[in-house]
Design a protein around this ligand. Structure first.
Ligand code: PRP
Ligand code: URA
Length: 206
């Protein structure tokens, strides 16, 4: 399943991020705000269970989240989406996958993995701003499945059709959420029009 969350506020903030003159501070702040808005939409589906409570007036049935949420940013750039989602789901646990793309071959390389316990019962949200060839996302999903996760959502800001195809073909059970589906990849594997190198723009490394 692919869902493009093209809410006017998300699209407005994403446009600010795309502009080449937008600096690190504004880029990071808009990413953080979009993460929160996307999470609000995506969390509509979270399962709840009934719970008996007492208000000051009397007894009633309320509802509480019935599944643990685990957020897994793909390092580095995925970290930019973490705080915005955690503001909405403050009880979420956090895992990390370190992955970088070889600039020549575009192949992903894993360099770090650390997850909380209970992935098999949790709703796992893998987050990364960019879904380009889809190699990093596909490998991250495979790794998390190997650790037992069964209910996985992939949350990215900007996707290329190539990346969406790769993920939905290899992992048809994973729900994919984007803020925008862009046109294509260029000859060096960057999303067009995209927003450039997300990691470098978040962390000011170029
Ligand atoms: C970027 C991005 C994704 C990946 C997407 O990370 O954040 O993880 O590339 O490309 P793909 O879909 O073709 O695999 P990068 O490898 O630049 O690492 P960084 O986050 O450390 O900058
Ligand atoms: N990684 C990025 O940061 N940007 C792209 O356009 C593609 C991969």
């Amino acid at each position: 399943m692919l869902e493009v969350l093209d809410h006017p506020l998300i699209t407005h903030k994403l446009t600010l991020m795309r502009k080449k003159e937008t600096g690190t501070k504004d880029f990071r702040e808009n990413l953080d705000e979009i993460a929160e808005l996307m999470a609000y939409e995506i969390c509509r589906d979270l399962p709840v269970r009934p719970i008996d409570i007492e208000t000051p007036i009397g007894p009633t049935t309320g509802y509480e989240l019935s599944k643990e949420v685990v957020i897994v940013p793909i390092l580095r750039a995925g970290v930019g989406l973490l705080d915005g989602i955690r503001r909405l789901v403050p009880t979420a646990k956090v895992g990390f996958i370190g992955m970088y793309r070889d600039e020549e071959t575009l192949e992903p390389h894993e360099y770090f993995a650390k997850f909380p316990k209970g992935l098999d019962e949790a709703i796992v949200m893998i987050v990364d701003p960019m879904l380009a060839t889809g190699g990093s996302a596909c490998d991250a999903i495979s790794l998390i499945k190997e650790r037992g996760a069964k209910n996985i959502k992939l949350i990215c800001l900007v996707g290329a059709p190539e990346g969406v195809k790769a993920v939905t073909e290899k992992h048809p059970d994973v729900d994919v959420y984007l803020a925008a589906l862009d046109e294509k990849l260029n000859e060096v594997g960057y999303i067009v029009p995209g927003l450039g190198d997300a990691g470098d723009r978040i962390f000011g490394t170029k």
